[in-house]
Each structure stands twice: as C-alpha cells, then as structure tokens.
Design a protein around this ligand. Structure first.
Ligand code: PSU
Ligand code: MN
Length: 305
C-alpha cells in the first residue's frame, strides 16, 4: 500500500526496498507523553538503540499535513518543543489534520496506520491505550485496540498502565482476535511494574519466535496485528504501592476536574509523572529503550524470513 499523502524518509525507503529491518516509533509519546527536553533526548536515544540493534528507526508523525515515516532531528526537536500544543492524532483526527496542512503527534493507532502504509511491520512504544476504568459507563475505549484488530503491525509495548482496566482491555483484545504475547513472561506487565495479576495468551522467549508468530498470522491473511508485552527490566521497575497511589490520585483529579475524551489519557499520564517526581519518567524511558531493542531484534528476524 502507498499513499500520495505519505513521505518516507530516504534512509527508511532504502532499507525497506532492500528488505532490511525497520522499526516504527510513535510521536504522541514525544509531544504528550514526556516533558521537554527529556522527550527529545529520549526520542533520539530510542532511535539510537534501534540502530545499535541492527534496524533503521522510522519515527512517525503528521507535519504540515504530510504523513511522515522517518523524521529528521529537527522535526523531532520541533515536536518535542511544541509539546501539547501539537494535536494528539488518533484515527479520527487524520483526515482533518491532513486537509488543513496541520501537525499531529501520532498515537499507537495512527502510528500503526502510517507504518502499514509505508510497509513497516513492527513498531515499538511504551504503553498502549485500552479500556478505561469505568468504561461500562463512559464507553472510553482507546482506538488503539480497534487498530490492533484491523492493521497488520506488531506492536511492542510494556503492557498498559493501570490507569486502565487491564482485565477489560484483555477481554476486548480477545474479542477482537488480537494475540497478546508475553516476552519472557506468562503475566501481562503493567508498564511501571512487571506484574499485573493477569495472564497473557502465550509466553514467548525469543525474537525468532515472535517473528515466526507474526509470519504465521500474515500467512493466514488475518486483518489485524498483534501485541507483544515486554516487562520493564527489574532494576527499573517501580514500587507497586507508590505507583498505585499516584494512579488513584490522578484518577480522582481527572474526575474532579471533569476531564473527558481525548484529554483523559494525556491528563492522567502527566499527573502520574507530577505525583511521582522524576522516578516514573526514568522508568518510562528505560522501558521504551528495552522495547526498542526487542523490536529491532525481531525486525531483523522478520527480514531474514
Ligand atoms: N499510554 C501510555 N503512554 C502513552 C500513551 C498511552 O502509557 O504515551 C499514548 C499513546 O500514544 C497511546 C495514546 O496510543 O496515548 C492512547 O490515547 P487514548 O487513550 O486517548 O486512545
Ligand atoms: Mn479515550
């Protein structure tokens, strides 16, 4: 698939044409997920980690209405500095942003869409969106889950934060037929901590096997993608009691201030960072780097098949 709206960076285009490994990265984590300048430093470090593990990084965003697969340093700096003034772009936002020539920071959903247009099969991030707590009343379910159900990209994450209802998120993924794989674990990791109390569908212990499962899914012409959940390295994991308390407080603040819709996730993420000082930010950075390395190794295996 291709699109006249898409700009693939030359290095990414060459790697794809030669069948070399490429890993996509999202930009909401840059503009909305972390404060400046840590966000830019992290984005560049994540790209470097992908290179160190033998793949080419393709950070994805919307700039001036163009869908971008592969950003320059200046473009990453621009998105990081602009921060939350850049629109958070999920699936429903892309048409208007493109038509208006606007900028957008891509979520997991739109990063998958643009990666797929460019021919990139694997994408590394921190955490995905999911079914929010109280969704039985609010119906707040991230478009990320719907995208996993329909776009054939493997997403490598560290699970999901317990700002979400993790049990309902797994139920939703099961209904939609999205495989949830645990890397070196049978338990779904909860982003800042290695454990959640919920089980993944399959434990997988090597990038080769991840690539083989992805290949099998493609060979069956399934529509959707798959989710790889990679626990944060133990030395960077947070204390469960500390993080749970911050999440409860963030949820209360969101409720009190009447935060709704697309603002909910960025509000909760920023509040948790504010309440836990720099600790959660450091953990966040480490887990993204860990996911980038695994995605790059898996991309290398996919290229050999
Ligand atoms: N969860 C995180 N970190 C993030 C996000 C979610 O732990 O950065 C971002 C991702 O870009 C994700 C988006 O795709 O938030 C989901 O937003 P929503 O819940 O509004 O769909
Ligand atoms: Mn939502």
């Amino acid at each position: 698939m291709n699109s006249k709206l898409l700009d693939v960076a030359p290095e990414v285009r060459e790697a794809l044409a030669a069948g070399r490994p490429v890993v996509a990265l999202e930009s909401t984590i840059i503009s909305h997920g972390m404060p400046y300048p840590k966000n830019v430093e992290t984005a560049l470090l994540v790209e470097q980690t992908i290179r160190d593990n033998g793949a080419v990084p393709a950070t994805i965003a919307v700039i001036g209405g163009r869908l971008k697969a592969g950003l320059s340093r200046d473009e990453i700096e621009y998105l990081g500095k602009a921060g939350r003034s850049v629109a958070k772009a999920s699936r429903r936002d892309l048409p208007a942003l493109v038509a208006r020539g606007a900028d957008g920071a891509t979520t997991v959903a739109t990063t998958m869409i643009i990666a797929h247009m460019a021919g990139i099969r694997i994408f590394a991030t921190g955490g995905i969106g999911g079914v929010h707590r109280g969704a039985e009343v609010t119906m707040d379910i991230s478009a990320d889950l719907e995208e996993l159900a329909q776009t054939p990209v493997m997403v490598v994450c560290a699970g999901a934060k317990s700002i979400l209802d993790l049990g309902l998120t797994l139920e939703y993924l099961e209904t939609k037929g999205v495989p949830v794989l645990g890397y070196g674990t049978e338990e779904l990791p909860a982003f800042y901590t290695r454990q959640s109390g919920f089980r993944v569908d399959y434990r997988v212990d090597s990038p080769e096997e991840l690539a083989a499962i992805y290949r099998a899914q493609r060979d069956m012409d399934y529509r959707g993608g798959m989710l790889v959940t990679n626990p944060i390295p133990a030395e960077y994991a947070m204390d469960k009691a500390v993080i749970d308390k911050a999440i409860d407080e963030a949820l209360r603040a969101a409720e009190e201030q009447g935060v709704r819709g697309k603002e909910t996730t960025p509000f909760l993420l920023a509040k948790v960072v504010e309440l836990t000082g720099g600790d959660s930010l450091e953990s966040n950075i480490k887990l993204v780097l860990n996911n980038a390395a695994l995605a790059a190794k898996t991309a290398a295996c996919l290229s050999q098949q």
